[in-house]
Design a binder for this molecule. Structure first.
Ligand code: PNS
Length: 159
C-alpha cells in the first residue's frame, strides 16, 4: 500500500491543486495532503480553513486525508508514513525550484519526489493570481472549487 504526500501552501486551493490530488487518489492507496502552516508568509487563509476547504473539496475521495504542518516536509512525511512526495508541475519555470526542493528533501531523508504534469488547461492557474483577481472583485468561479470561491468572496467582502 503506497502512501503519497501532496504538500503545498494551498492559499487558496485551486482547481489545479484539486486535479493533482484527484489524480493521485486514483493512483495511490492513500493520499495525505500536507498544508504548510507558513505563518511567516502571512497567508490569506488560516491553515485550519485551508485544511477544511480541501477536506470539503475531496469529500468524495475516501483515500484522501488532509493535515496542516509546521517545520520540515520530510518530518511530516515520516509522521504520516509517506512513501513518496508528489508535486504538480505547471511549466518549466516551476521545474527548477521544484527540482531543488526535491533534491534537498532527498538529501535530508532519502524521500523520493514524483511530479505530475498539470492539465494544460489549468497551467496558468496559481493561488497568487486567484487571490489577486478575487481581491479586485473579479470572478474566480471557474478557477477554484465552489467552497473556495465562497470563502474568497466572504474574505474580500470585509476589505
Ligand atoms: O505550494 P507551495 O508554496 O509550492 O509549497 C511549498 C512547500 C510548502 C511544499 C515547501 O515550501 C515546503 O515543503 N515547506 C516546508 C519546509 C521544508 O521542508 N522546506 C524544504 C526543505 S528546505
Amino acid at each position: 500500500m503506497i502512501t503519497a504526500l501532496v504538500p503545498g501552501s494551498f492559499d487558496p486551493p485551486t482547481n489545479g491543486h484539486i486535479d493533482v490530488i484527484t489524480r493521485c487518489a486514483g493512483l495511490f492507496a492513500r493520499v495525505v495532503v500536507g498544508v504548510a502552516n507558513n505563518p511567516s508568509k502571512a497567508p490569506l487563509l488560516p491553515a485550519a480553513e485551508r485544511v477544511a476547504l480541501i477536506e470539503e473539496c475531496c469529500a468524495g475521495l475516501p483515500n484522501v486525508e488532509c493535515a496542516s504542518f509546521d517545520g520540515l516536509l520530510v518530518d511530516l512525511a515520516q509522521r504520516v508514513e509517506a512513501d513518496v512526495i508528489v508535486k504538480g508541475l505547471r511549466a518549466v519555470t516551476d521545474f527548477e525550484y521544484e527540482l531543488q526542493l526535491a533534491q534537498m528533501n532527498s538529501h535530508l531523508s532519502g524521500m523520493v519526489t514524483m511530479f505530475v504534469a498539470t492539465k494544460p488547461e489549468l497551467g496558468y492557474l496559481s493561488s497568487s493570481l486567484v487571490k489577486e483577481v478575487a481581491s479586485f472583485g473579479g470572478a474566480v468561479d471557474e478557477l477554484v472549487p465552489a467552497p473556495v470561491a465562497r470563502a474568497l468572496k466572504e474574505r474580500f467582502a470585509h476589505e
